[in-house]
Design a protein around this ligand. Structure first.
Ligand SMILES: *Cc1c(COP(=O)(O)O)cnc(C)c1O
Length: 442
């Protein structure tokens, strides 16, 4: 055969496939995979084996999923394009129109909006529990059509800690899963599945990646779906499947057993709605995870030092850090967080929004941005950013006052962080008045 044309060579000439064993996970940055032979093509479609198309499966993404499942003590994980995608896919794999979700009030604003606005438009109602330490409040909110309980392990913004074993017991009694957003704690500090939760979701954009360069999300399932106990509540998991040529096939529960929920999330919800992560981002998240424990250990130690320091300052009205014995959930933290209390928390300045502005503008080491879990220390004024659309009353109920600032403490030297905060406190021009009011010195 003669030499092929330039354009044909341009797209087809490549070295024959060599498969050396790379120590780092190779980045399979490819939309799809060649079928080895004609018969091979059917396998990914019929039996879900092998790789065909990256939305269905990709080795780099699978490698990150494998690590995440192992670290959370779960059975399987599913990596998605963002934390929002993870929460959405996890919930859509459980509920259908007419269904109901019971959620903690104390959650990420994006999740609250998802439940209140978006999932509501699909005909799924949500009830919010304010007093998350009141197990009876969770029990009372459950209806016959409830299909999930949802909460954060350590909450945004006031660092509330959920008593996971207690709420998991309620969920189990009703045959419905407890879904925990474990973003703030990370599996290094807390593993919800080991405490009785059924499903964990993450924003992998935060601590898991740690470098603040990509977005990602993950679902980890316990693998404990019990079709005999809960099949009637989740008919889509136990209904007969569809095989080649429309022939009847086993249900997802018959095929995947205890992994039915995550199999459905992977094969149906994520596949059809399509929030697939880039294999490049999967690689970067997996790289981040390799140093998770070291970062979180250091961040937690730094956060405790910063919180203790803030507590001593006259400009600071309150510090909501679960590692301080003044926090209402500190006893629970001593039980469930033996390796550190996390590194994202809020504190409130006397002097309201004006003091908050001066404080943020005077910082030099802290970065002013809306993100968390980064190696760098970050600061945000929730009342004018993440919580800006709420009324003052709604914000107050969530612990967000005009003078509240949220910090995510990084891995820097603690002395530099405290010196930076010290300078900012001085810039507020503090003079505490007789009535606990901060008098701003012009
Ligand atoms: C950031 C965050 C999310 C959303 O994750 P994205 O990756 O930004 O989509 C969800 N839950 C918590 C607790 C978060 O901090």
């Amino acid at each position: 055969m003669g030499r092929r044309g330039f354009t044909t060579r341009q797209v087809h000439e490549r070295a024959p496939g060599a498969t050396p064993t790379a120590r780092a996970t190779p980045i399979y940055l490819t939309a799809g995979f060649e079928f080895d032979d004609y018969d091979d093509a059917a396998a990914p479609f019929g039996r879900g084996e092998g790789f065909a198309y990256t939305r269905v499966g990709n080795p780099t993404i699978e490698a990150a999923e494998h690590t995440l499942a192992a670290l959370e003590g779960g059975s399987q994980a599913l990596l998605l394009a963002s934390g929002q995608a993870a929460t959405t896919v996890a919930l859509l794999a459980l509920v259908e129109a007419g269904g109901h979700i019971v959620s903690s009030t104390h959650i990420y604003e994006g999740t609250r909006g998802l439940l209140r606005d978006n999932i509501a438009r699909l005909g799924v109602q949500a009830t919010f529990v304010d007093a998350i330490d009141d197990v009876d409040a969770w029990e009372e909110a459950i209806r016959p059509e409830t299909r999930a309980l949802f909460a954060e392990s350590i909450s945004n913004a006031t660092n509330r800690l959920l008593d996971i074993p207690a709420v998991a017991a309620v969920a189990r009694r009703h045959g419905i899963p407890l879904v925990i957003d474990n973003t703030f704690a990370t599996p290094y500090l807390l593993r919800p599945i080991e405490l009785g939760a059924d499903i964990v979701v993450h924003s992998a954009s935060k601590f898991l990646a740690g470098h603040g360069s990509v977005l990602g999300g993950a679902i980890v399932d316990s693998g404990r779906f019990d079709a005999a106990r809960s099949g009637a509540l989740f008919p889509h998991l136990v209904a007969p499947g569809r095989g080649p040529g429309g022939a009847p096939a086993p249900s997802i529960a018959e095929r995947a057993g205890g992994d039915a929920r995550i199999a459905y999330a992977r094969e149906s919800v994520a596949l059809r709605f399509g929030p697939t992560p880039s294999p490049l981002n999967a690689f970067l998240i997996a790289q981040g995870i390799e140093t998770l424990s070291l970062r979180v250990e250091r961040q937690s130690a730094n956060a405790l030092a910063v919180a203790q320091w803030l507590k001593t300052r006259p400009e600071v009205a309150s510090v909501d850090y679960v590692g301080l014995d003044s926090h209402p959930d500190h006893a629970l933290a001593l039980r469930d967080l033996p390796d550190g209390f996390g590194s994202v928390f809020t504190f409130t300045l006397h002097g309201g929004a004006q003091a908050a502005r001066r404080f943020v503008e005077a910082l030099g080491v802290f970065t002013h941005m809306t993100h968390l879990g980064d190696v760098r220390s970050l600061i945000l004024h929730p009342a004018s950013t993440s919580h800006a659309l709420l009324t003052e009353q709604e914000r107050a109920a969530l612990g967000v006052a005009p003078g509240t600032l949220r910090v995510s403490i990084g891995i820097e030297d603690a002395a530099d962080l405290i010196a930076d905060l010290d300078g900012a406190a001085a810039a507020v021009g503090a003079r505490v008045g007789a009535g606990d009011e901060l008098v701003i010195v012009a």
